[in-house]
Design a protein. Sequence first.
Length: 422
Amino acid sequence: MLALYRWIQIRIVLKYILPWYLPRERTRAFYPPADLGITPKTVKRIWFHASSAGELESLIPIVLDINVSLPHVEFILSVFSPSAFRSLHKFGELLQSKGAKVVYLGYSPWEGFWQTFLVRLKPDIFFTVKYEAWPDLWASLFRLNVPLMILGAKKRSSFIWVKRVLVLLSIPLGKIWFLVQENESEVELKKIFKDAVFVEVGETRWKRVAQRSENPPERVLKLKELTQSMKRPFGFLSQVYIEDLKIALPCLNDFNGTLWVIPHRLETEAVRGLEDFLIKEGWTVFRSSQQFLGATSSKKTALLIDELGILTELYLLADWAYVGGGFTGGIHSTIEPAYYAIPVSCGPKNVKKFSETDRLRASMQLAIIPEKVSFQAWLTSISASRPDERQKWQKQIAHEMMLANEISPLVQKVLMSSRDSS
């Protein structure tokens, strides 16, 4: 039955269906390369896999920690999406510059080829994020006795589906470690995987933001210098759409600082649309990519950040931040601004998608904004925020970092107890 499933995936899905949804160069990358697994294995190996660029960011702190504590360990690094491919190669270069040995760095295989990759690359652990559940992947791992570790696991239909398929194929479940970030996920997943190991852990993205904040890009430092004479406070509307501006701008007519607007999309039309909307609402707009003079006599000044890849570090300049998407497809991560112990707000859609939101709301650092009235109330409340609130948030962030630091030792423990796959 498993052989039939693999045949369908390779001969039908990969050959005739995926080309309708993915570029040809991506579908070709699903196949095993000719030189796969040519490096003889002499030490332990860990395979880290992320579907997206965001998931890759969650894995990076763990990989870096393990490279320091176990410098002899070899790494296999893969991603699924083309959007994450560039970030993967950039991280691979960083990791190798630190002396790490990366035996494979590239796209993950398609269903039907997982066993080929696993047999040749011989990982001792397969470590992934959230929802990565595929019948061929799991079946191959369990048959080869490779432990599966899933960071930030939450109940999702993919877990239910893959278990049903494996039961149908008469393939027993192997060693699974669910590293959950809230108790609710543990309770729900235990109903499906009673024999799995569950460990409640922290969110590694806190560590990733901390790592990136230590060495801000030159461009961020330059923007800090250029904006020194601009009015404070600096309010950030980050990763926003027009829908977010419609909520926020009517409440900012009396804002006596500088508004930083960071679009979610940086295509020319998207940026121009936000710029036109700001001008229509009476704002004087400067683009960060163009020369601007800094101080201005205009009461309503907005700096439109039309540059890529600097937002995480740019938050170090913010006095408060509103994270966009909550009135369209769903909010984006709130960890990046929250790390700097500033007040944060966002719209309501998909708030539960991120594990940190409940804890940030409990500490009063994050506010959910369902409509304009709430945004106005939030602005009023943060104008009266006290230093002791910031200190409380800093302590909470330190606690989150401590929890995140416990993940790498756990991976090392599983690695040392795993059977050598060579």
